[in-house]
Design a protein around this ligand. Sequence first.
Ligand code: FES
Length: 72
Amino acid sequence: MAGATITTRDDGPLLVEGEFRLLDAQGGEFVLDRKPIALCRCGASHNKPFCDGSHKRVDFRSRPRAESETRV
Ligand code: FES
């Protein structure tokens, strides 16, 4: 399986592209009818783990930037 790319969207979700599986905490696999997908990063979605646009309603603000060193 090729890798996935996860991109932070300014003031919004995590965009997940490429080859991946999305599992719940018990190992169940979400059936994805489209890719890429957007995962909620703000906590306000009514359709978690997916983004439903609620980040705009709650005025979510986050614009992280990668640094040259690995961050965990
Ligand atoms: S990031 Fe979009 S609803 Fe949370």
